[in-house]
Design a protein around this ligand. Structure first.
Ligand code: SAH
Ligand code: TYD
Ligand code: ZN
Length: 406
């Protein structure tokens, strides 16, 4: 099934279908299973501007609300990454008289709390109530709203123009991307920058990180498609650099045309994407068949382990765990529960597949034979923390870039 591109209205041609899926952060109580929402999780590429995007989308109010359970401060790596981002802005873009920074999707204030402590004017725009309150408790000023053209106009009237508009793991979530760019146009000062850090299509394809595909990720950006998108909306992509979050992302910097010199790293990444045929149909087709192979390998492994009487527990309940468990049909019969450090996920079920989420204390009580690492992007932090598991004979299972027992 084809659909219209959200950037340019071109035709989006489907290349992968991950089946009937729930909203990935819709952790639910056993009593809520009956009313669960599902949609068809499929991705395609625009035949005109090459933007990779979901075919169907989940209304934003079903994804982001008071019960949204993703806490950006949930890992030490993320806390230090965003503290460094804030410090960099404080050293660079926010040094003029009375600077102002707006963050789209500030979540629990992981980045803006450092800005607030420095006494710099800021505003977080965050529609999810509970995480917004966590940010407020850290001294961050938050507007409870979805960012769009109207919100941007209101902010401009109340606060004036911004030196920086920032977003992390949020801009690719917003289906009304044209309205976002019209809002940036209203809000950004003449010399301002729009900086966003998002999952990278190149990483997803290279590392076979198909579990990055879920309802919240409406777009799968590449440097090539973001350059084209910025130009179509009257801006210029001036920098792109790789950053390590979520297995490998890109930080994009967009400015008003001809206000900043394009960076070398931008040119290098564009050249790499071209050489690697990142936006070509054959690459997407190959990706689709590799994903199906990973599913078959993982289901075979888990079924064999069950037949041998081995105990397998999941480690981490990221949004990604919803994609992989629902796509592969992994239920509590194969993985009886998953441990996760996020208090608001504990006692709930992973959406769709309904694996129970329990506190990390249950991991060692007693240790399972195998741990299926859903939070694979945090493997260093987790394996260091769980050294005793391996010492006691436990084994880790990874499934990206391929199924492997470690
Ligand atoms: N910036 C954090 C959080 C990412 S989660 C990090 O990088 O870890 C995405 C956040 O964007 C959620 O908190 C969600 O509520 C918020 N969000 C989703 N749509 C939004 C919109 N249109 N405007 C502002 N925030 C939005
Ligand atoms: P993350 O990969 O940050 O997010 P996403 O939902 O975008 O895929 O999620 C990691 C999850 O793993 C999060 O729910 C917290 C959990 N976690 C642990 O349980 N223990 C840990 O040591 C770490 C680092 C994370
Ligand atoms: Zn397009």
């Amino acid at each position: 099934m084809d659909t219209r591109c959200r950037v340019c209205s071109g035709t989006v041609r489907e290349f992968i279908d991950l089946g009937r899926q729930p909203t990935a952060n819709g952790f639910l109580l056993p009593s809520e299973v009956a009313g669960e929402f599902f949609f068809r999780l499929a991705v395609g590429a625009c035949q005109e501007c090459r933007m990779v995007q979901l075919l169907e989308e989940v209304p934003q109010e079903l994804r982001y609300h008071a019960g949204y359970r993703y806490h950006a401060s949930g890992s030490a790596a993320h806390r230090s990454h965003f503290e460094n981002d804030a410090k960099r802005f404080l050293r660079t873009e926010l040094t003029g008289p009375d600077p102002f920074i707006v963050e789209i999707g500030c979540n629990d204030g992981v980045m803006l709390s450092t800005i607030s402590t420095a006494g710099v004017r800021h505003l977080g725009v965050e529609p999810s109530g509970d995480v917004a309150d966590l940010a407020r408790a850290k001294g961050v000023r938050v507007l409870s709203a979805f960012f769009d053209e109207q919100t941007a106009a209101d902010i401009r009237i109340r606060h004036g123009v911004a030196d920086v508009v920032f977003g992390a793991n949020t801009i690719c979530h917003i289906a009304h991307i044209a309205s976002v760019f019209r809002g940036i146009d209203q809000l950004l000062g003449p010399n301002g920058v729009f900086v966003f850090e998002e999952p990278y299509l190149g990483t997803i394809i290279e590392q076979m990180a198909f579990d990055q595909i879920y309802d919240e990720h409406v777009f799968y950006f590449s440097v090539t498609s973001v350059k084209e998108m910025a130009a179509r909306f009257g801006f210029e992509l001036v920098d792109a650099e790789r950053i390590p979050l979520h297995g490998g992302e890109i930080r994009y910097t967009i400015a008003r045309p001809a206000t900043r010199a394009p960076s070398e790293s931008l040119a290098e990444l564009l050249a790499q994407e071209q050489a690697g045929k990142l936006s070509e149909e054959q690459t997407f087709a190959q990706f689709g068949s590799n994903v199906a192979r990973i599913r078959d390998d993982l289901v075979t492994l888990l079924t064999d382990l069950r037949a041998e009487g081995k105990r397998v527990v999941g480690y981490g309940a990221p949004g990604k765990s919803s994609t992989v468990t629902n796509y592969c049909g992994i239920g509590p019969d194969l993985v009886p529960f998953v441990c996760d450090s996020t208090p608001s996920k504990q006692g709930h079920l992973i959406p769709g597949s309904h694996l129970p989420v329990r506190p990390p204390s249950e991991f060692s009580d007693p240790y399972p034979d195998y741990a299926l690492l859903f939070a694979w992007n945090h493997s260093k932090e987790i394996m260091a923390k769980e050294e005793d598991f391996r010492a006691s004979g436990g084994k880790w299972i990874r499934y990206v870039p391929e199924v492997e027992v470690l």
